[in-house]
Design a protein around this ligand. Structure first.
Ligand code: ZN
Length: 334
C-alpha cells in the first residue's frame, strides 16, 4: 500500500507559510492571524494589483476575494494547502497530496488497520505527520517562473548574451514573490529536472543571492545536466553562476558551478561519477586559491585534475572569452 496518503496529516503538517515560501510568494501584510497580499494563482484573471488573497494561519487555509479569480470561478473561493497546490500546479487534489508528501517529506502513519497505526485519536493529540526539512535530494519544483527578461541590462552588463541567458533560463523576474525584481537562474538536478531558482539582487538588496527555503545547494552542481549532454570526459569547475554562464559562452559547454567555494561530499561524488578530468577554475582571490588547494587535495588522488590560475583579483566571469580559452587550453600538464 505505497499509495496511502493521509490527507488530514498532510493538511496539518504542511503550513501555508511554508508552502507559499516554496512558491516564492511573500504576503505583505499581517493582521493578527491573517496574512494578506496579491493572489499567487497563475489563473487569477485580471492582473489587478489589489491584495485579494488572505491566509488564515491558525486555520491553515486561504481565500481569494477577487470575482475574476480561478478560485471563485470554480465555485469555491478558497481552500486548504491541497487545494492551493492543485490550482498552482494545475493538477488533481490527489496528485497535489502526492507532490506535497514528497516535497515536504511528510510521513503518514499508514492505512487504518495496519499494524501499529492505532487510529484512535486522542483529544489534543498532535498530528502524526512529521516534516523533516533535511533531505537527501531536492524534490523537483512544481512550477516555472515567468515571464523572464533574458535581455535585461544587468545580464548584458555582466557579459551574458541573450542566447546564453535563454539557454540557462536566466532573466529578470518582475512578478510577485520571493524572486520579485531579481535576476533568476534555474537550477536543475543531474536528470535535468528543475529543482530551484536562485535570485540575484540587482539593486544592492540583501541577500545578494536568494535561494528558496529548504533548497540544499550542496546536493547539486549548477549546470551539470547540460554539461553531461556534451559527453565530455572533462569538466571545468567554477565557483559562481555567472562564471559558469561566461565559461559556457566561451564555448566550453562542459562546465559546472559549485555555487560557492567549497566542494561538498555529494558534489564530489557527482564529479567522480560523471567525469575523468577536472579543470579547477576558481576565483583569483585568497578564498578561491585556498579553496583550490583544498579541493585539489580532495579530488587529486581520485581523478585527473588541473588547476587554472585565474589572474589575481579576477573571476572567470570577468575574463574575455579569449582569455578563458587561453587559460583552459593552456599548456599546463594534467
Ligand atoms: Zn485569486
Amino acid at each position: 500500500m505505497g499509495e496511502w496518503i493521509d490527507f488530514a496529516v498532510l493538511k496539518a503538517a504542511v503550513r501555508m507559510e511554508m508552502l507559499l515560501e516554496g512558491y516564492g510568494v511573500r504576503l505583505r501584510r499581517r493582521v493578527g492571524m491573517h496574512l494578506r497580499g496579491r493572489c499567487p494563482l497563475p489563473q487569477h484573471g485580471s492582473r489587478e494589483s489589489s491584495e485579494s488573497f488572505i491566509v488564515n494561519t491558525s486555520k491553515n487555509v486561504w481565500i481569494c476575494h477577487s470575482q475574476s479569480c480561478v478560485a471563485a470561478r470554480r465555485g469555491a473561493p478558497g481552500g486548504n494547502v491541497l487545494d492551493l497546490v492543485a490550482l498552482m500546479e494545475n493538477c488533481s487534489v490527489v496528485e497535489a497530496a502526492r507532490r506535497l508528501r514528497s516535497r515536504f517529506r511528510v510521513r503518514s502513519p499508514g492505512p487504518p488497520g495496519e499494524e501499529g497505526t492505532g487510529f484512535k485519536k486522542k483529544e489534543g493529540a498532535s498530528p502524526r505527520g512529521v516534516v523533516c526539512p533535511a533531505q537527501e535530494s531536492n524534490p523537483p519544483l512544481g512550477f516555472v517562473l515567468g515571464p523572464l527578461d533574458h535581455r535585461h541590462p544587468y545580464l548584458r552588463q555582466r557579459g551574458i548574451d541573450g542566447q546564453t541567458a535563454e539557454c540557462f533560463q536566466a532573466g529578470f523576474y518582475g512578478g510577485v514573490g520571493l524572486m520579485h525584481e531579481r535576476v533568476v537562474m534555474a537550477i536543475h538536478n543531474p536528470r535535468g529536472q528543475l529543482v530551484a531558482y536562485v535570485g540575484r539582487a540587482i539593486d544592492g538588496r540583501e541577500p545578494r543571492y536568494k535561494f528558496p527555503l529548504g533548497f540544499q545547494k550542496s546536493l547539486e552542481l549548477f549546470n551539470l545536466h547540460r554539461a553531461l549532454r556534451s559527453k565530455s570526459p572533462q569538466v571545468i569547475v567554477v565557483e559562481g553562476f555567472f562564471d559558469c554562464m561566461r565559461v559556457h559562452q566561451a564555448d566550453f559547454p562542459s562546465v559546472v558551478a559549485l555555487m560557492g567555494a567549497s566542494l561538498s561530499r555529494a558534489q564530489q561524488q557527482l564529479l567522480l561519477e560523471h567525469f575523468e578530468q577536472v579543470v579547477l577554475m576558481l576565483d583569483g582571490d585568497e578564498t578561491g586559491r585556498r579553496a583550490s588547494r583544498r579541493i585539489a587535495a580532495q579530488l587529486g588522488r581520485q581523478m585527473t585534475l588541473r588547476v587554472v590560475e585565474v589572474p589575481e583579483g579576477q573571476q572567470p566571469d570577468q575574463l574575455p572569452a579569449m582569455e578563458v580559452r587561453r587559460l583552459v587550453e593552456g599548456t599546463s600538464r594534467w
